[in-house]
Design a protein around this ligand. Structure first.
Ligand SMILES: Cc1cc2nc3c(=O)[nH]c(=O)nc-3n(C[C@H](O)[C@H](O)[C@H](O)COP(=O)(O)OP(=O)(O)OC[C@H]3O[C@@H](n4cnc5c(N)ncnc54)[C@H](O)[C@@H]3O)c2cc1C
Length: 397
């Protein structure tokens, strides 16, 4: 349904702007809706939340021969996993040299290596969805360019691929092993694969109660040994005990019709990653950013786009990216940040695991955390979980 933005933003839209209200550009017609949970089900593990992370946990469980079901409040990929910028980046949310400063070189390098391996694993699994184009970090000013040089030096010192870059996007660094994707397609593809292997996924089934061994929705229950909650944004609402260490924020994006007037082959991170954009092979452009321009207002669990941020995005799209194509989509979604920038991977209650808090960069780290939770739930070791524990123990704030 196409609607004018006139009704959703007080003050009205810029002239001639037509866009889908709070719908991401990442439409995917192949998805076959799954039923809600409307019975009493038993499984060894119940995974709550079917974004990229929950689906990765299920994949790991199925690989290990463990019976598992997935329960989702909305639809597969309806959260941040299907509404994000599609950047497929190695490392944690902080840049590599900052992570070295925080965690020490050995831990930072081990974490970076695992995320790079996870990118490669996903590229091999989903070669038609993830394009390993490399990514660009472009400096917004001279001070940031100096920071890019420190970033580059730290990566190279530890043997990771990185190159200085100067091109039409500006100056900065090129990270050749990163990639980009259509995120909703990734979620749907992962889910379709799980369903084909006999995993039951329940959509439109908000979980109302989590107790050790029991998950309750409006019309059904799952009895299980272990629960893995893979919810990034609004995680602290489900587990208030994680607050204030975990805090949700809103991130906003917009996207355009095909923009043949520009050519951004690689996804671009700009101004410390606050702004980010990618151009898909069909030439549409998706742009996000300016969270820091709204102060406290974006530290919210709300998920609606706002005029303040959307106007900033639109100005940047026209003046900096030089895109003339009409805006077709505007949307927002919720993610969770942690005070130390390290993701949550912990048993919050007896046999109830929580993963989330990826601080805005969860496409790869979320999958690693969720796979780790699945391994721990199965009584196995997880290198990733050990690394994070080590990182947390040694972290400087
Ligand atoms: C605009 C935007 C741009 C971003 N860009 C990037 C990027 O380019 N690269 C990157 O790596 N990261 C990016 N991120 C962050 C990334 O999208 C997230 O960290 C990641 O998708 C989290 O995935 P997830 O599966 O853990 O959580 P989600 O995708 O949020 O999935 C959690 C699911 O749990 C469900 N749920 C919640 N409560 C319940 C309940 N009570 N019962 C049942 N189900 C429930 C939700 O409906 C949701 O589907 C971006 C995020 C946003 C919002």
């Amino acid at each position: 349904m196409w609607r004018s933005t006139r009704n959703w933003l007080a003050g009205g839209p810029p002239a001639g702007s037509i866009s889908r209200v709070n719908e991401p550009i990442w439409a995917d017609r192949v998805w076959k809706p799954q039923p809600p949970l409307a019975e009493a089900v038993r499984a060894e593990v119940c995974v709550i939340g079917l974004g990229g992370s929950g689906l990765a946990a299920l994949d790991e469980l199925v690989n290990q021969g463990i019976s598992a079901v997935g329960v989702e409040a909305q639809t597969v990929g309806a959260g941040a996993a299907g509404r994000n910028g599609g950047f497929v980046l190695a490392g944690l949310a902080k840049f590599y040299h900052e992570t070295v400063r925080q965690l020490g070189r050995a831990t930072a390098a081990a974490i970076y290596r695992q995320t790079a391996d996870e990118i490669q694993r996903q590229v091999d699994e989903l070669p038609r969805i993830i394009r390993q184009t490399g990514s660009l970090r472009i400096a917004a000013d001279a001070a940031e360019l100096a920071d890019c040089q420190r970033h580059l030096a730290a990566l190279r010192a530890d043997g990771f691929a990185a190159e200085p870059y100067a091109g039409p996007e500006g100056e900065g660094i090129l990270l050749p092993t990163d990639g980009v994707m259509q995120p909703l397609q990734r979620a749907h593809s992962q889910a379709t694969h799980l369903i084909a292997r006999g995993t039951r996924l329940f959509e439109n089934s908000p979980v109302q109660k989590i107790e050790p061994g029991l998950v309750v929705t409006a019309a059904g229950t799952v009895r299980c040994d272990t629960i893995i909650t893979a919810v990034d944004g609004r995680l602290e609402k489900i587990f208030p005990e994680l607050s204030p260490r975990v805090r949700s924020a809103r991130l906003q994006m917009l996207a355009t019709a095909a923009a043949p007037e520009v050519n951004y082959f690689r996804p671009v991170y700009w101004r410390q990653g606050y702004e980010y954009w990618q151009q898909q092979p069909n030439r549409t452009v998706a742009l996000g950013g300016f969270r820091d321009h709204a102060g406290e207002a974006e530290w919210t669990m709300a998920g609606e786009p706002t005029k303040l941020i959307q106007d900033l995005l639109e100005k940047f799209l026209r003046e900096h990216l030089r895109v003339q194509a009409p805006i077709t989509h505007r949307w927002a979604a919720s993610v969770a940040y942690t005070t130390d920038g390290l993701p949550v991977l912990e048993q919050v209650r007896h046999k109830v695991w929580a993963v989330g808090g990826y601080s805005g960069t969860g496409n790869i780290v979320g999958a690693l955390c969720a796979r780790a939770a699945a391994r721990l739930a199965a009584g196995q070791m997880s290198d990733w979980a050990e690394l994070l524990a080590q990182a947390r123990a040694g972290a400087k704030s």
